[in-house]
Design a protein around this ligand. Structure first.
Ligand code: KIV
Ligand code: ZN
Length: 388
């Protein structure tokens, strides 16, 4: 049976860009959108057009430039938002309007100060209006993670009847546990009339560090789209990281799920977004952190040198990294030192290597990392070539 394709909906330029300090100018947004298209994302959420003239122009320019991916604009369930988004998306080859409203008790009572019935009415009116401009309308049930499933199913059913093509079930506050979020998606599949005609989408936030796990639970229970951002940038603790969900699907073939992402472009895309948003990636970040493929302890280095898969579940070349790196520190062993010395041209006997190792430890105890330059100096100063 061929693998089920999961659509990748990237919201780096919308949910990601709304983070303080991550603001991008028009040129930067266009460059990132082009890179996302090259990467193979199915949908680019380009912005929230009504929010500012700058965002309107950015969505318009991305819509005009993008020829392969769907370009999406966010709106509230508000008439003017939807008209403005439709205008911004006019030049898109594949336009999508993403509209929605709060569905949890807290959103309905405290944010919207209204009733469940009114929420359903507003949702239906918004989807119908969006549908009068574009065929592809995604409805988001904001704070679905904390919403009552019975009410959520009613809203979803009404949105489908009004013409929605995709239903986004956001865990807006990152509160759900994976089994709860998976069960929510399953419940909707089993209880919403017409659900087979649409695509359910995950949209998870990372407040408890569960965004990736929740997204995977969602697709294992039938969701067919994941909303995510490069490097997991986004509100508060961020959104689901694109590179993580894509590599999970790739590294677990028995899930029989696949995406259109060219994984070899993941690292360069991560670097580009980090650079343009001036938002450094933590070194130990899964897949794209600078330490994701480095090995520093002696035991691990020895294992990787003998057989890469001993301590690596991903071939770094699959995500666009040239090679695993063996970082020399005071915790490194003889095998790693011999390996590095060989790489830079020194093939020492066991005796010379022992001598070199003792000298290396003295240097390493005073430095975070011993680099090739240090090794050359050590070999020259101690005349190890002659001693070999
Ligand atoms: O987190 C959220 O609920 C959102 C919606 C606006 C889609 O970003
Ligand atoms: Zn969000």
């Amino acid at each position: 049976m061929s693998a089920q394709k999961i659509q990748i909906f990237d919201t780096t330029l919308r949910d990601g860009e709304q983070v303080p300090g991550c603001k991008l100018n028009m040129q930067e947004k266009l460059v990132i959108a082009r890179q996302l298209e090259l990467l193979g994302v199915d949908v680019i959420e380009a912005g929230f057009p009504v929010s500012s003239p700058g965002d309107f122009e950015a969505v318009k320019a991305i819509a005009a430039q993008t020829r392969e991916a769907t370009v999406c604009g966010l709106t509230r369930a508000v008439e003017n938002d939807i008209r403005v988004a439709a205008d911004a998306l006019k030049l898109a080859k594949y336009p999508r309007i993403h509209t929605g409203i709060g569905t949890s008790e807290s959103h309905i009572k405290f944010k919207l100060r209204t009733t469940q019935e009114d929420v359903i009415e507003r949702a239906v009116a918004a989807v119908k209006l969006a549908k009068s401009f574009v065929e592809d309308v995604e409805f988001y049930a904001e704070d679905a993670g904390r919403a009552d499933n019975v009410f959520l199913a009613r809203v979803c059913e009404a949105a489908i009847q009004a013409g929605a093509t995709v239903l986004n079930i956001p865990d807006t506050t990152g509160y759900c546990l994976p089994h709860e979020y998976g069960a929510k998606i399953k419940y909707l599949y089993e209880n919403v009339k017409g659900v087979e005609k649409v695509r359910l989408s995950t949209h998870c936030h990372n407040d408890l560090g569960l965004a990736t796990a929740n997204s995977i639970a969602g697709i294992m229970n039938g969701a067919l789209q994941i909303e995510c951002t490069i490097n997991g940038v986004g509100e508060r603790a961020g959104n689901t990281a694109l590179e993580e969900v894509v590599m999970i699907m790739r590294q677990h073939p028995y899930l029989n799920l696949d995406t259109n992402i060219n994984t070899k472009l993941l690292t360069e895309t991560s670097n580009l977004v980090s650079h343009m948003m001036r938002m450094p990636v933590q070194p130990n970040k899964a897949i794209v952190g600078s330490n994701a493929f480095s090995h520093s302890s002696g035991i691990h280095q020895d294992g990787v040198i003998k057989h890469r898969e001993t301590y690596e579940i991903i071939d770094p070349r699959d995500v666009g990294v040239d090679n695993s790196s063996i970082v020399l520190t005071a915790r490194s062993g003889r095998a790693a030192l011999a390996y590095r010395l060989q790489k830079i041209g020194y093939d020492f006997s066991k005796e010379t290597l022992d001598k070199a190792y003792a000298l290396f430890l003295q240097v390493a105890d005073n430095k975070k990392e011993v680099v090739d330059e240090d090794l050359h100096s050590l070999v020259e100063q101690e005349n190890l070539i002659a001693a070999n």
